[in-house]
Design a protein around this ligand. Structure first.
Ligand code: NAI
Length: 327
């Protein structure tokens, strides 16, 4: 198949080139898929997309006219794709449902530890020959209550790690029946009211959009640590900024941001930040933001390339049961 890979980066191309056989012809295109760039898919059988490629009705219409029959997502989340529009256009959508839940779970823990022990500030101080400890006071994770929203693959991996730290882990997930041993199922309100740390691991859907908003933040403990490595839209950012300003949120760790598509994965270091909400977030000393890198490990990139190529192979062979279809 002829495959156009949008939002392509050299670090992931290496993994695809290493595994690609002669069956498929990949074109590695740097632009993000948008209304303006969709025509680049003309003449391709399939496109390969990532988290910030925008596949809405107009884009799908262009893809259909271009002869595309498969959208192969090289990620797990598919909130950026209009699935029913793709279905109506006769375009199949597949994804990589699991590549390394450990990668994301471990990055979540990295954010928690860095925020708690102020590693980001300590790093800068020591480089300035400043060894004072004022402002670096942390707390023991041992014995603290961690609230996990969403206990799928990543949430479960995260729960196991936090149990290892000696935390009390409570979980809200309306669809999961068995939880990792040592964790406890609770309702959302109890989780919000009684957690010291809240970490989001559910997908972004119309039901979970702005799951963390002003009303829910009001239920949480003062000084709460909030971590989002899932999808930016789970959090109402202006509400979070208000809570940071009053000190109600004590720590915020983000790997995702609702408007990240215009920022993340690019070097914008020579440009003024255009997003005032994001710029405000960057001013808080108790906020750490990473640019959607939780997935970014060697193991995850290998697995993403492997499963994406296997999906495309199976699609071409008509082995429907072997494709990780999104339906
Ligand atoms: P998963 O599908 O295995 O688990 C998601 C869980 O969320 C399911 O158990 C589901 O029942 C639960 N859930 C759904 N709606 C919920 C709600 N309203 N409240 C509480 N729980 C709810 O997905 P997985 O692999 O664990 O990934 C979770 C999310 O992590 C993905 O949807 C994606 O958005 C994000 N992600 C982020 C990455 C990053 O690099 N930052 C990389 C990979 C995934």
């Amino acid at each position: 198949m002829k495959v156009a890979m949008f939002s392509s980066k050299p670090y992931e191309e290496r993994y695809f080139r290493r595994l690609a056989n002669n069956r498929h012809q990949f074109s590695y295109l740097q632009p993000r898929l948008t209304h303006e760039t969709a025509m680049l898919a003309n003449g391709f059988d399939a496109i390969c997309c990532f988290v910030n490629d925008k596949v809405d009705i107009p884009v799908i219409s262009t893809l259909q006219q271009s002869g595309v029959s498969l959208i192969a997502l090289r990620c797990a989340g598919f909130n950026n794709i209009d699935i029913s529009a793709a279905k109506n256009a006769g375009i199949s959508v597949c994804r990589v449902p699991e590549y390394s839940p450990h990668a994301v779970a471990e990055h979540t823990v990295a954010l928690i530890l860095s925020l708690n022990r102020h590693v980001h500030r300590a790093y800068n101080r020591v480089r300035e020959n400043d060894y004072s400890l004022d402002g670096l006071l942390g707390f023991d994770l041992y014995g603290k209550t961690v609230g996990v929203i969403g206990a799928g693959r990543i949430g479960s991996a995260f729960i196991r790690i936090m149990i290892g730290f000696g935390c009390h882990v409570q979980v809200f997930d309306p669809a999961v029946s068995s939880l990792p041993r040592g964790s406890e199922a609770v309702n959302l309100e109890t989780l919000l009211r009684t957690s010291d740390i809240i970490s989001l691991h559910c997908p972004l859907t119309p039901d979970t959009w702005h799951l963390i908003n002003t009303e829910r933040l009001a239920l949480t403990r003062r000084g709460i640590m909030l971590i989002n490595t899932s999808r930016g839209g789970l959090v109402d950012t202006p509400a979070v900024i208000d809570a940071l300003k009053t000190g109600h949120i004590g720590y915020l760790g983000l790997d995702v941001y609702e408007e990240e598509a215009d920022l993340f994965f690019e070097d914008l270091s020579n440009m003024p930040i255009q997003d005032d909400v994001f710029a405000r977030l960057l001013t808080f000393p108790n906020v750490i933001i990473t640019g959607h890198q939780a997935f970014f490990t060697h193991e995850a990139l290998s697995s993403i390339a492997e499963v994406t190529l296997a999906n495309i192979d199976a699609f071409e062979d008509g082995r429907t049961k072997d494709i990780h279809l999104v339906e």
